[in-house]
Write a protein that binds this ligand. Structure first.
Ligand SMILES: Cc1ncc(COP(=O)(O)O)c(C=O)c1O
Length: 390
């Protein structure tokens, strides 16, 4: 496989709920959910059942034909998406859901310009990459898609200044994930919505990481009562199978005509069966509320660590999308935490990121905190002895 992933020295073999085991039988609390994918927990029995049943019936069916599983999923999906967002395009990943949103914004407004924010992450295909901020991802691949520009986040004046008569849309993550778990100040997203209405510009929310209960509401935009015109979803939808979704208002999506956009795998029955079961699990198990409650516990425990350890600068996030900014490079910390039986993510050089399955148990959160506590202790000891050696 191409050498593009920063590999950790662990071979994961199986998973259940918020736990995974490596090939040697070592158990880990998984606070990564495979980058937010295993939202419902690993191998949720209802997903397994739905996949097995559908696999023996029909796995692929091009979207040029109708399929009842696809219809079933689309109905369930649009029952839970924010009001008005009830036309969908189905793809296979977060980046693809963003590609679709960019094309849709251009087609439906007949304008080319997309405004994104500094610190944004939208994926690595050429269109999504052009909206992603980090230079290390972008620079080797110049020239990127033209007329996608970046403005400072959380600043409505800058947003207003950036609009030109060529602007089609603002594209923004309601809470920036890769960018370090950054929650916008109250009023910012509402202000952006009002600005878009005033200037007749589309508002696109990238909820690829925040969507489906992760932040304690079904969609992060619901914390601020803001509904975008187009919303990008992926990661967690299909219980671990690849699925991207771009949802939009009917009058926007209807600007796409036959042939304007497609992918061969769009809405395969197998993936739709998993996603249909996934929506059921999300609602029946009340996972958004669970994320809010357990997220509050997790955050409080992270705050305790901040009070205890000088190297912890800040705790951020909502629900079970949490980050801890520290005063050192976290790359090795992630490995040390894994050695002690907990998998976590980084978000940039200084942020430890926690995206556990929403089915995580309280005691598994407490285990995570105990491990973090000891690793932070070691980190601080190493810094103190390094400083005294100097
Ligand atoms: C907010 C956001 N948008 C888009 C993407 C890209 O998704 P994918 O890796 O499935 O292409 C990600 C991935 O982390 C993301 O967090």
């Amino acid at each position: 496989m191409a050498n593009v992933f920063a590999k950790k020295p662990i071979v994961i073999e199986r998973g259940k709920g918020a736990l995974v085991w490596d090939v040697n039988g070592k158990e880990y609390v998984d606070c990564t959910s495979s980058y937010g994918v295993a939202l419902l927990g690993h191998s949720h029995p209802k997903i397994v059942e739905a996949v097995c049943e559908q696999a023996s019936k029909l796995i692929s069916c091009h979207a040029g034909f109708y399929n009842e599983k696809r219809t079933e999923f689309l109905q369930k999906l649009t029952n839970v998406t924010p009001k008005g967002l009830d036309k969908a395009f189905l793809s296979n990943s977060g980046a693809e859901s963003v590609e679709c949103a960019i094309k849709l914004a251009r087609k439906s407004t007949s304008k080319p310009e997309i405004i994104a924010v500094m610190g944004a992450y939208h994926g690595k295909t050429m269109g999504a990459l052009s909206a992603t901020w980090d230079k290390k991802y972008r620079d080797p691949f110049q020239p990127l898609v033209p007329e996608i520009k970046h403005i400072p986040p959380d600043n409505l004046d800058k947003a207003r200044e950036a609009i030109t008569d060529r602007t089609a849309a603002f594209l923004i993550e309601p809470i920036r994930g890769e960018g370090g778990i950054r929650v916008p100040p109250d009023g910012y997203l509402q202000g952006l919505r009002a600005l878009c209405n005033e200037k007749n510009i589309l508002l696109i929310f990238d909820e690829v990481q925040t969507g489906f209960g992760r932040t304690g509401k079904l969609f992060a935009c619901q914390h601020w009562g803001v509904i975008p015109d187009i919303m990008c979803l992926a990661k967690s939808l299909a219980g671990g199978l690849p699925l991207g979704v771009t949802v939009a208002r009917e009058e926007i999506m209807s600007k796409f005509k036959v042939g304007d956009h497609s992918t061969t795998f769009s809405g395969s029955p197998l993936v739709c069966a998993a996603a249909s079961a996934g929506v059921d699990v999300l609602i029946e198990e009340n996972l958004a509320d669970r994320a809010a409650k357990l997220g509050a516990h997790f955050k409080a425990r992270l705050n305790d660590l901040q009070n205890k350890h000088k190297t912890v600068k800040e705790v951020r996030g909502m629900g079970l999308m949490l980050g801890t900014e520290v005063k050192f490079d976290v790359l090795n910390t992630v490995i040390k935490v894994a050695e002690k039986g907990v998998l976590i993510l980084d978000a940039g050089r200084n942020v430890l990121r926690f995206l556990p399955p929403l089915v995580i148990e309280k005691d598994q959160i407490d285990t995570t905190i105990t491990v973090l506590d000891s690793v932070l202790e070691e980190e601080e000891d190493a810094r103190t002895s390094g400083a005294s050696a100097n």
